[in-house]
Structures are given as C-alpha cells and as structure tokens.
Write a protein that binds this ligand. Structure first.
Ligand SMILES: Cc1cc2nc3c(=O)[nH]c(=O)nc-3n(C[C@H](O)[C@H](O)[C@H](O)COP(=O)(O)OP(=O)(O)OC[C@H]3O[C@@H](n4cnc5c(N)ncnc54)[C@H](O)[C@@H]3O)c2cc1C
Length: 1157
C-alpha cells in the first residue's frame, strides 16, 4: 500500500514530466476542503480517534493539571479545533483560543463551532474572550519583517501560549525547524508550555531540535472511493495544485487517476475503494528543544558516518548521535536529559529499530569495547559457570569480539548466532546454540556497571571485579532488584557500561544441515510433527536443532541445522546424536566441525537459504514469540500458512530450540520471564535492501505483525528484544516478561522516573480496556446472549467492545487431550452440555497442577484486548472473580454482572427436557437462584425475551462507568512522587475536596453511583480523616445521620471498639505496624439497620475490615452493609482480605480505580 507521501511524489513526477509548472494553480478553498474531507473521514478518522486524540490527552494531561488556565494556539486546525476533541474536563480549562487558518471556509466553520452558545456543544465553554481566528498562514517573524509574507496586522507576536499545536503536518512550511523555533518563542515560560506537531508520512528532519516526546501511528490508512470524481478531488488535494488550462487540467486528471489506481491498494472488503497508507507521528517540544549545543560542549558527537546496522533505525532521524569515551560523558548525557526533560536512546550493536529515534539524542556506546578476562574469580558466590574465570565486557562490544577473545583463552560465554550483535542481546535475553546447555546470555550475567538514569550516579551491581569498579561508584539500595532486572530487561533501567559474565569451557561444535522439500501443506505438517516429536524431543542438552520454514525453488522447504557441542574431542568424533535423525530427515549433508567463531558461518540463512541472504544485500524485520508443540496441527498449519501468505519470496520463519538450561531457571528467577517453550519462532520479513522505505518493506513488516497476531494466542510468551514504542508492539510487550511485568513496571517507575529511556521495550502499564465486565451466572441464564447485546450496545455508543469466553482456552486443551470436537464444544450447546462434567473435571485437574492457570487465562484475554474500550468476559468458573482478578488489571474498572433467570426460562433456553441441573422449584420462587457466598457488583434478571431489557440495563448501570464525570474526578487526584517515602507515588484523593467544585462533584457521584436504594439506608458510617470529609457531605445531601468511627479514646463513652492494623499509607509513613483500636458510639445505630460506609481510599482493606467488624459488634450484618469508596487501589487486594474475614457478602463499590501502590 503506497503512502500518501509516495503518492504525492508520484503525482509530482507525473506533472513535471507532462506539464510546465507555470500552468499550475493552487487549489481554491472549496477544492481544498473537499480533499481534506476525504482525508479525515472513514479510516482517516481512526487516526484521530486512536492516535491524535488519545496521544494529545495523555501528553497534555500533566500540563492541564499544573495550569489553572490554558491558552491555546492552533496552526491549521481545519474546520474544527483538534483540541476541541479532548475530554471535557481538559477543555473546560481553555480560556484563550487563537488559530491560524488560511482556508476561509474552514475558518468560518471553526468560528461557528467555537462560538456555539450552548455549553454542552461548545468545545471551549470557558473562553474569556471570543476566539481569535487569523485567516492567514502562520509565518516566520523574519518573513514578516522582510515583507516576504503579508503581515497579519496584529500583535500576535507578543502573545504567549501554553499549547501551540501544528495540527495537520507542517506541509508548505520550510525550513520546518524554523517554524517550530518560532513557536517555541511564543510559549509561556512558567509554568512551561509545549509545542506539539502532528505530521503525516516520513520523518521530520528538524535539524538538531530535541523533542520532549514522540509517538508514532504507523497503521493509519486513508480510503478513497474509486470513482473519477472522488479521485480527481483527492489527487488534486494531495498534489496541492490543479492546472490553469481546462484541457491540460482534464489530461492531468486522467493521468492522476491512473497513478492513484496503480498505487492504491484494493481490499476484498472494499472492492470499490483504494487504500493509501497514512502513517502519522507526533513530536512535542518544550523550550529545552534547543539545548543540544549545551550537551555537545561536554560530550563528543560521532565523527563521520555512524551507519547503525538496522535499516529501519536508519530511517529515523535522531537529533544527534554522540559518542562518550568516558563514563563521566555518559553521566553528563543523563544529567542533560534529566534537566531538560528529554529522552535518550542507546546504541549497542545497532541491530534494533530503537537505537535511533526521531529527534532524540542517541548515545553510542561503541567506545566502551574492552573485554577483560579475569581468571580465578569465578567462585564469587555465584553458581553455574564451569570455569573459575569471569569476563568483563564493555557495552560497545559485539558478540563476535567476545567469542573470539574468550575462545583464545579456552573459554566461552553463551551468546547469540551473529557476530555483529551487541549488548542489546545479552541485556534482553540472548538465545544461542549453547542455551540448552548453559542458559540464555542474560543468565550468565553476574554483575554490571550502570549509569543511573535517575541520579546519574555510577552504580555497581552484583559481581564487578575490583579493578572494574569505577572510582566513585556506589552500590544502589535496590541492588538485587536491579541485577534481577538487567537479566532480561536490561535496556530499561540505566545505561549499562559493562557487564560481568561467568564463563564456560569453550566447546567445539559439530553441525549438520538438512533441506527437506515439502510437497504440500499436509506433508509440511507431518514433517514438522515428526521433527518436533521424534528429533527435537529426544535431543540431549548439548545438542540443539534449529528449523527454517521458507519458500525456495518453487516450493515450501524445511531446513534443519543440528548443533552438537562438546568440550572433549572424543564426543565430537562419535556419530551425531542417538536419535534416528537420518531416518526422519534423510541423510544430512554438509557435516562440519567448527569452533565458536566458525559457528557464525554455519547459520543456514547466511550460508544456504535463498542463495545466502548475507551476500544478497537484504534488509529484514523480525519479531519473535515462543511456541510449544510446533508439530500440533493448530500450530503447524499456521506456520505453513504464514509462509504461504509471505509478501516476498525471501521471508521465512526461524525456529530456535529451547528447553534444557533455559527452562531450569524459574520464570521469576530473572526478568526474562518466558521460560517454558520448545522453540523461539523468529518471524522474519525480508526485502531487497534497495527497496528500503518502499511498499515492499512495509508489506514485509505488515506480514510479520499479521503472522505474530495469528500465532500469539497459541504462544507461551514473547521475546522482548526488538520491541519498542510502536503501537503494534503493545500486545507483544504485554506478554514479553511473563509474570514479571508488574515487578518490572514498578522498578521502571523507580529507576527511570524521568523517562530517560522512554523508547526501550515498553514496560509501563499495558494498555488495558477501560471497563471489563465479567458476565457470570448459571448455565442457560443467557450470559453469552447478554454479553453480545452489551457489545452491540457499546459499539452503538461509538466504543470498541468485544465479548470473549475465558473457557475457550480450556475447551481447546480439553479437545486436544480427549479428541472431542473443538468447534462443536465452542458452538453446539447440546454437545457442550454433554461434555460439561468431564470438562469441569479436566479444568479442576489442570488447576490442581497449576493453581495460577485461571489468572493466566484472564491475563491473556486482557492482553489480547489492548484495542478495545470494553471487554466482556463470559465462561468464568471462579467465585468472587472481581476479588480474584482485580489486582491483575489495577488500572481498569472490573465489574461482575451476575445474570440470572428462573429455572423454567433456563430450561427452555437449554432446549432439552431432561437436564440434570434443572429442578422442580416453582418458577415464581426465588429459591432457584444460585446461592452465592459473595456479592457480585451487579445482578441482571434476564427473564424477558429480546434485547430491550438487557440494553436498558447497560444504559443504566454499565455505561455510567465510562462517563466523563468520573474522568473529571480522576483528573482532580494529583500525584505526588516520593511521598510519604522515596519510591511511593502518593495519590492525593482527599485533595479532591480542596478544589473548587471537587467536593460537590464527588458527593453527587457517590450518590448517583451507589447501586443500592438510598431510601432504605439508615446511616452513613465513616472513619477519619478522608471518610469524614466525603461522608459528611453525602449524609447532608441524602439526609441520613452519620456514624463516626474514630481511634480509641477520641469519642465519649459508651463506645464499642475493635482492633485495627495500621492502614497502608500510615505504615509507609512511619514504618509503624502496631495495632490500634477503633471505636464508635455504642447506641448511635440500631441493630439490623442498613448502613453505607463511605471512605476516601480502599486499598489493603485493613481499615475497612475493622469498620465492618465494629458495625458487626453493633449488630449490623455484612449483608446490610454497603461500602462506597472514592478511590480503590486493587493492587493491594483489599477485597480478598475482606472476603477472608467473612465480609464477602458486603457490596463494595468505588468511583475511581488506580493502578500502582
Ligand atoms: C542479524 C540478527 C541476528 C540476531 N541473532 C540473535 C540471536 O542469535 N539470539 C538472540 O537472542 N537475538 C538475536 N537477535 C536479536 C538481537 O538480540 C536484538 O536485535 C538486540 O536488541 C540487538 O542488540 P544490539 O545491541 O545489536 O542493538 P541496539 O539496537 O544497539 O540495541 C538494542 C536495544 O538495547 C539498548 N541498549 C543497547 N546497549 C545498551 C546499553 N549499554 N545500555 C542500555 N541499553 C542499551 C538499545 O537502546 C536498544 O533499545 C538478532 C538480531 C539480528 C538483527
């Protein structure tokens, strides 16, 4: 699919070839407007919905939080203000609006929109004066002064703004950096303002300007109807001109249609349309954008051409590449980045796409290329290495350098297969031919020297031989955490200067290759199955087998290379392995005995496939995920299908064998959390190098992501190396570190609080749906039906929603284990009922063997749903699932809707007359209902036919959780870093009440979101301090008395009291773990009353537990108590504590949920 940029170039070339430029005429406002409309409608609007608006909201949220009033300048907004799409609570703060919009039509429409009298329709309802819309281009000061641009006759020069937004690219502005510099001069200085640029296509070459943040949206698409009229309009808009002469113009139109039809892509779903790729990038700048020279005075830039290996990275245009030669230079880079609130990237071997990033300074570690072998120190308390020697390798070393140098000393380190790959490999994993024998490269790291990206201190972590400890270096407080993290996620926590490896005796390798032509799909699947079961499954640890699935010589091929390592010549000279390899793969040709360096040349894709890729000048793009049982039909067929759909002959799959020592390390033993796999499957998109940056390259990249998407549900993890901030990597990054992700996320927040290493593999909270609804209930109550109705309801409201069943994974595994028909299990109700008891037993047995399985299933569903707003999950078997799972999605609202129906209705829905689970209860009796021993968030009576009641339920009870008022309330909760202790981010929930309308908003939300019936509530209970504030206001509003609960000794007698553990935040503040007592007046509430407990924060549940006990002492049973908190922190698993203490039946609600501690 051609990009709009390449379409523009092609249209320009065609015009140059056929017409004189003097005949050109700029578009009229009407023509421009018609073209613009095509650009932003349909999928074009998706770019706004999925990228521009969410990115802007995220980027600007801190600025909106720290400024009381906001002034805005938009440059080229079009007919509507882009900032006008921000959430309501942000727009309310905009007090001054200025725009430069030189298209008269747009300017008029913009003015009308902004001047809308109605508060609900006006995008900026609180403007202090009418919007100031200049119907002229935004021009450089010099041009106004020199008279080359019309002066706009205003004093806009002197105006200062908090936000300046270049809305739709910088087209026509040359040189671009000058326009940004001009805008920077127009920012308010304190508090600091921001310039934001959205740009379609290509990279922004901004001549040394350093950006504060960037983000990209590579998947943007524009869809154009394939008819002459629309193509004429669109092509003229993209080209930017029409022809003066009517006849010439007509001929040009014909040419342009041809160009569009040649370059546009057609898709089956839209046969009458052409698609063009329209990637978009965002770059944000502050006044620090021009501070690069400051850094350059301390640290030398790269001399000559630093051509990093990765071709994708080369297309990025960094602000500068600098090359420290001493550790203090690295420290200076960090200090500069922290001071100016910008990020850095780091170059090791230059093989990933993220070592260079547009408008970001890159730190090339190439000068740190020393390798030192230290003999006799290998016992340093670390188990494992079979030699007494250690290797200290600088961060600029390459795999080949280390292998060569250690081999000369009879030693080795388990690294990867290519000599030019650098530190990114061992810091993020490192899968090589010794992995089954000695583990991953990161498993051999026992120490490191790191420059902290927080304090810029030099940190020594783990075993660093004394002569390699830099003067002034310190041991960090969280040393063991940091060493743990470096082993698998080491590109995220600091700039690594060197690592210490344990070493092993250097082996010799026997390699053998097979190339097996496969006659078709079935043959391929059989061969993979044989290879998996009969060859791979039987190999000893010193052997490994790699497979390649590829297309060559007109057919599918399976390439296999076997590696056998040995440190004694006796073993190596014996026949290969004891497995019947030849019988299965045929006689292997090409047997070689090589050393560690020679091994580099034996890689099949270098030496054999497609005539040898290395000689053929190709570029590639890879993503890697982990698979088990590749011979099983569902996986093997997808591998074959992947090759069948390859966009170019050169694409292939590389399967590297795992198991052995890789699996010996526990998943949480190092940051590299995915250990349980048979093969690492590297999906490799390849294209000829001279087609870099063209459609050939894009389609290879698209293919890689498509194959990844297809295999991901069957995978047992993802390799984090090479993942970056590309939104297409989000779902992969979410699975990259297995169970370690939350720990890594917290460590990242602590170690890199300024986001200096913002473009490494993303560790932050994965994007999660805004709302997850667990739809539970007895069989045939209509759970799936309701879930589908609610999905349609949310989609109608413009949200992305999806229903999935958590039991599908079990059904798949059950089908494989028992031979049951998987598709019937998923779709045939009667068949499913027949298997239900066996399926339940199967699942129970699975959970007995792997207690964390339900959590894993849940996590996977959520990770796969990164693109939805609302996820509905059916098929839950767990009791109190909100209690069980909410800590796993602590940024997301998790609700359970229990769907119920009477026996007769369920009976009819089941469609059978003799179901074992039906009984003879009267249909009017409520005794048929499941006896739950906990309180679900909501209950839905699904008795009536049709979707209307379910839709009404969603409107009334589910949709409100996505209402803007909750976001507004969340926006009032300020974060205070390092309070009350270093490393803690304090959310000031009580601070809501200190804001102008905070208390009023919060109280009204507490009243409306309560799912019970206020008319039946006798009292509102609360404890100090936060509870007092919100409960008092609420009690006043609903006119019920307060029950005050205080620390012992503060209320007059008579009182009743209970023991209480200190709350989370007070124990953090004072390290105090003493029990205290809480009490309330003895007679303030009558026995059997209904009480609502109101508190500001619900985290560990300790305070609430004491409150509920106290109310119990006062004669109020758990079923008659409801709790509503302003903010919940599910991470602390408060619900679980309450359930354990017998309060599972208490209805607990919260207005806001926050992730983190
Ligand atoms: C041809 C080829 C062969 C490969 N073979 C293997 C293989 O056999 N086994 C395997 O496991 N993987 C392999 N990979 C994947 C490889 O491990 C990753 O691409 C890895 O990220 C490359 O590291 P690098 O240092 O060469 O690249 P870079 O792009 O320089 O670095 C990769 C990442 O690490 C960060 N980084 C680098 N140095 C530092 C530092 N000192 N401190 C902090 N962060 C740093 C960078 O910022 C970047 O995010 C291969 C890749 C290619 C292209």
């Amino acid at each position: 699919m051609a990009t709009l940029d390449s379409l523009k170039r092609a249209l320009g070339q065609k015009a140059r070839a056929t017409t004189a430029s003097s005949l050109r005429q700029p578009l009229s406002d009407t023509q421009y407007s018609a073209g613009f409309d095509i650009l932003v409608r349909g999928p074009g609007w998706t770019t706004y919905q999925d990228f521009i608006i969410p990115q802007l909201s995220r980027l600007l949220a801190p600025l909106f939080q720290s400024h009381i009033n906001i002034s805005v300048l938009e440059i080229g907004p079009g007919p509507k203000s882009v900032l006008g799409y921000l959430p309501d609570h942000l727009r309310q703060k905009v007090r001054k609006y200025t725009a430069f919009e030189c298209n008269d039509l747009f300017a008029t429409r913009l003015e009308q929109w902004l001047s809308c009298a109605s508060e609900t329709e006006s995008p900026f309802p609180r403007l202090e004066k009418p919007p100031d819309i200049h119907r002229t281009p935004f021009v450089l000061k010099d041009n106004i002064e020199s008279g080359t641009s019309a002066s706009i006759g205003t004093t806009y020069d002197d105006q200062k703004y908090d936000i300046i937004l270049f809305c739709h690219s910088l087209y026509g502005m040359k040189p671009k950096h000058k326009f940004i510099e001009r805008a920077l001069e127009m920012l308010v200085e304190r508090p600091e303002g921001i310039v934001v640029v959205f740009h379609r296509d290509g990279t922004l070459h901004l001549d040394g300007l350093v950006c504060h943040q960037t983000a990209s949206f590579p998947t943007g698409v524009v869809r154009v109807a394939d008819n002459d009229e629309e193509l004429d309009c669109f092509a003229a808009f993209i080209a930017g001109f029409i022809m003066q002469d009517v006849d010439v113009n007509e001929a040009t139109r014909v040419d342009r249609r041809k160009v569009c039809r040649t370059l546009g892509r057609r898709e089956e779903a839209y046969p009458d349309h052409l698609l063009f790729s329209s990637p978009n990038i965002m770059a944000a700048f502050t006044q620090h954008a021009i501070t690069l020279p400051e850094l350059m005075t301390h640290v030398p830039p790269v001399k000559g051409d630093n051509a990093v290996k990765n071709r994708e990275a080369r297309l990025h245009c960094p602000a500068s590449i600098i090359k420290p030669t001493e550790i203090r230079h690295v420290q200076q880079c960090v200090r500069w980045a922290v001071e100016h609130e910008v990020s850095l990237t780091v170059i090791g071997g230059g093989h990933s796409g993220h070592c260079l990033w547009p408008n970001v300074v890159s730190v090339d570690m190439g000068a740190f290329d020393q390798i030192d072998i230290i003999t006799g120190e290998g016992d340093g308390g670390d188990p494992g290495g079979d030699s007494m020697s250690l290797v200290v390798a600088g961060a600029g070393c390459k795999t080949g350098d280390i292998i060569r140098k250690t081999m000369a000393a009879g030693l080795t380190v388990p690294l990867g297969a290519r000599p030019s790959v650098g530190a990114g490999l061992w810091l993020q994993g490192g899968i090589g031919h010794l992995a089954r024998m000695h583990g991953l490269a990161c498993d051999s790291i026992i120490g490191a020297v790191v420059v902290s990206v927080d304090s810029s201190q030099v940190l020594c972590v783990g075993n660093v031989p004394s002569q390699h400890r830099p003067a002034g270096s310190v041991r960090p407080e969280n040393e063991s955490d940091l060493l743990w993290a470096i082993k698998g996620a080491g590109t995220n926590f600091g700039i690594v200067v060197s690592v210490t490896f344990k070493t092993y005796a250097a082996p010799t390798y026997l390699t053998r290759n097979w190339v097996i032509p496969l006659s078709g799909n079935l043959a391929a699947r059989l061969k993979l199955s044989e290879f998996d079961k009969l060859v791979v499954g039987k190999l000893p640890r010193n052997c490994s087998a790699d497979a390649y699935v590829y297309w060559d010589a007109g057919q599918l091929q399976l390439g296999v290379t076997m590696f056998e390592s040995s440190t004694t010549s006796r073993t190596i000279s014996t026949a290969f392995t004891p497995t019947p390899v030849d019988a299965i793969l045929g006689p292997g040709a090409d047997v070689k005995v090589v050393d560690g360096v020679g091994l580099f040349e034996t890689e099949m894709y270098i030496s054999g496939m497609h005539g040898g890729h290395s000689g053929g000048k190709t570029s590639s793009f890879k993503r890697c995920l982990f698979l088990k049982h590749i011979g099983e039909e569902n996986i093997a067929s997808r591998l074959v299908a992947a090759i069948e759909t390859r966009p170019s002959a050169l694409c292939y799959l590389h399967l590297l064998q795992g198991g052995g020592a890789v699996d010996d390390v526990a998943a949480d033993g190092t940051a590299f959390g995915c250990r349980d796999w048979d093969f690492a499957c590297v999906i490799t998109g390849v294209w000829p190098r001279d087609l870099d940056g063209t459609e050939a390259a894009s389609s290879a990249v698209r293919w890689v992501y498509n194959v990844v998407g297809d295999l991901l549900p069957l995978s047992s993890g993802v390799y984090g190396a090479d993942l970056g901030p590309d939104p297409r990597d989000a779902a992969l990054a979410a699975m990259a570190f297995g169970p370690n992700r939350p720990r890594l996320g917290h460590l990242k927040d602590r170690s890199d609080p300024h986001g200096v290493l913002a473009y490494a593999c993303p560790l932050g909270a994965p994007m999660e749906p805004k709302l997850i609804v667990l739809v539970t209930g007895e069989s045939c109550a209509g759970k799936d039906y309701c879930a589908d109705v609610w999905v349609s309801f949310f989609i109608d409201k413009g949200l992305k929603a999806r229903a999935v069943s958590i039991s599908d994974a079990t059904k798949q595994e059950y089908a494989v284990a028992t031979g049951a028909d998987q598709s019937r299990l998923l779709s045939d109700r009667a068949y499913k009922e027949q298997h239900r008891p066996a399926l339940t037993m199967f699942f129970q047995e699975q959970v007995r063997q792997r207690p964390q399985l339900p959590e894993e299933h849940f996590r996977k569903l959520v990770h796969d749903a990164v693109d939805v707003d609302v996820l509905l999950i059916t098929g839950m078997r767990d009791k109190a699932p909100v209690t069980a799972f909410s800590h796993l999605v602590s940024n997301t609202r998790l609700l359970e809707v229990h769907v119920q129906a009477d026996n007769q209705t369920r009976h009819i829905r089941r469609g059978s007359s003799n179901s074992s689970s039906s009984n003879n209860n009267s249909i009017n009796s409520r005794s048929y209902l499941t006896a739950l021993d906990y309180c679900p968030s909501l209950v839905f009576d699904n008795e009536t036919m049709g979707h209307k009641t379910a839709t009404r339920f969603a409107e009334q009870y589910l949709l409100p959780f996505l209402h803007e008022d909750l976001q507004r309330l969340a926006g009032m909760v300020y974060s205070i870093p390092n309070f009350p202790r270093q490393g803690i981010e304090f959310r000031h929930v009580l601070g809501i009440s200190q804001q102008p309308v905070g208390l009023a908003l919060c109280t009204s939300l507490l009243q409306t979101y309560f799912t019970g019936d206020w008319s039946k509530i006798d009292a509102v209970a609360c404890c100090e301090t936060g509870g007092f504030v919100y409960a008092s206001a609420l009690a006043c509003r609903i006119s019920v008395p307060l029950v005050l609960i205080r620390e012992a000794g503060k209320l007059p007698p008579p009182t009743i009291s209970v023991d209480k553990l200190p709350s989370h935040i007070s124990s953090l503040a004072s390290n105090d773990t003493k029990h205290t007592r809480m009490e309330m007046g003895r007679d303030v509430i009558s026995k059997g009353a209904s009480v609502v407990v109101v508190d500001d924060v619900f985290s560990t549940g300790k305070t609430l537990c004491a409150v509920l006990k106290l109310l119990g002492e006062a004669g109020i049973s758990a079923e008659h108590i409801s709790v509503i908190a302003v903010a919940e922190f599910p991470f602390h698993r408060g619900r679980e504590l309450l359930r354990r203490h017998g309060f599972g039946m208490t209805n607990i609600q919260s207005l806001l949920v926050f992730g983190g501690a």
